[in-house]
Design a protein around this ligand. Structure first.
Ligand SMILES: Cc1cc2nc3c(=O)[nH]c(=O)nc-3n(C[C@H](O)[C@H](O)[C@H](O)COP(=O)(O)OP(=O)(O)OC[C@H]3O[C@@H](n4cnc5c(N)ncnc54)[C@H](O)[C@@H]3O)c2cc1C
Length: 299
């Protein structure tokens, strides 16, 4: 019979690696399945993750977490889990012909950013010419020439948030139907935020990673552009088991990070809420600790 692990962790970004460290230190048997597409790999340098006064690159942080985990006995599987099933003993994750069984699961599969198919997107992100997360790095664009591209939903909130950091700010409203209301335009004007509105607005990124906005055929150059076109949660494995989610498909959990499916926990970006490393590792710690309490004692 194949082993049934105390905990199966799907996703090896900051949340999954933290969950694995906690479970292993609780002396639980752990399997970690990951296909190596952590969003954290895209972070050029993070200055808001506590404990790194000079900042830390995403790759360096992942390297440190992996090095920390390597001290413990954890079964690691490289690949994409393409299905998660419930069985009498708990859960089975399937990837290719393999099945890995666990009494409990922590899903830490993260999200996929919109726009990744734009040519040279990753190069521009690595240079900070494209930025995806104002909470993460708006402090780095203080007094720079900045644009935010957004559809109607969220456009105002993102623009007003960024205005704290620079007076040279333009909102490029990618119109789906209507333009902004008069009240919204007045609000932007009072805040000193420029506005370009068009249904014909697109990003253009050069091979060397410089980003520009093309609005009605005219090229507008900025130091940084925030394209705020949302993201796709990688929550499908849990949704297929009937787990509750919010309107965008992010998983909803209780205070212990348990989804509406008993024994199935979730942590990190895939959970509805703030997409931050600190949040991801905190949720992972909560999930792992609760699972350890819920499982039969081990001695
Ligand atoms: C450009 C950029 C800058 C950022 N800057 C900051 C910052 O400064 N500070 C900050 O706090 N946050 C920052 N973030 C956000 C941060 O990267 C995320 O909050 C963090 O990576 C979330 O960790 P996670 O473990 O939940 O998900 P991820 O890091 O995305 O890891 C998920 C893992 O699960 C794997 N996976 C997914 N589905 C499967 C499957 N079915 N089977 C197997 N494996 C699977 C993926 O391959 C991946 O390895 C930034 C993000 C970006 C894109």
């Amino acid at each position: 019979m194949p082993p049934v692990f105390d905990c199966l962790i799907i996703g090896g970004g900051p949340a999954g690696l933290t969950a694995a460290i906690y479970m292993a230190r609780f002396r639980r048997s752990v399997a970690l399945i990951d296909n190596g597409r952590s969003r954290a790999e895209l972070i050029p340098v993070s200055h808001n993750f506590p404990g790194f006064p000079d900042g830390v690159t995403g790759l360096s942080l992942l390297g440190r977490l992996n090095a920390q985990l390597s001290a413990y006995e954890v079964a690691r599987f490289d690949g994409l889990a393409d299905a998660l099933e419930r069985d009498a003993g708990g859960f089975a994750a399937c990837f290719g012909p393999e099945r890995v069984m666990g009494r409990t699961v922590i899903l830490t599969t993260g999200i996929t950013d919109a726009g990744m198919d734009t040519p040279n997107w990753a190069t521009a992100v690595s240079k900070g010419a494209l930025r995806l997360c104002p909470v993460c790095d708006a402090y780095e664009i203080i007094d720079k020439r900045v644009a935010i591209m957004a559809r109607t939903e969220g456009a105002m909130a993102h623009a007003l948030f960024l205005r704290t950091y620079t007076a040279d700010l333009t909102l490029i409203h990618v119109m789906e139907k209507d333009g902004l209301t008069t009240d919204q335009k007045n609000c932007l004007s009072e805040a000193g935020i420029g506005l370009l509105e068009s249904s014909q607005a697109a990003l253009k990124v050069s091979e060397t990673g410089e980003a520009a906005a093309v609005v009605d055929g005219q090229v507008h150059v900025f130091d940084s552009i925030y394209p705020m076109f949302g993201c796709r949660p990688r929550s499908g494995l849990a949704l297929a088991l009937g787990a509750d989610c919010d309107s965008a498909g992010n998983l909803v959990t209780d205070a212990y990070q348990q989804t509406s499916v008993p024994g199935l926990y979730a942590a990190g970006d895939v959970v509805s809420g703030l997409n931050q490393i600190s949040v991801a590792v905190g949720q992972a710690a909560v999930a792992a600790t609760h699972i350890n309490v819920e499982l039969p004692r081990r001695w």
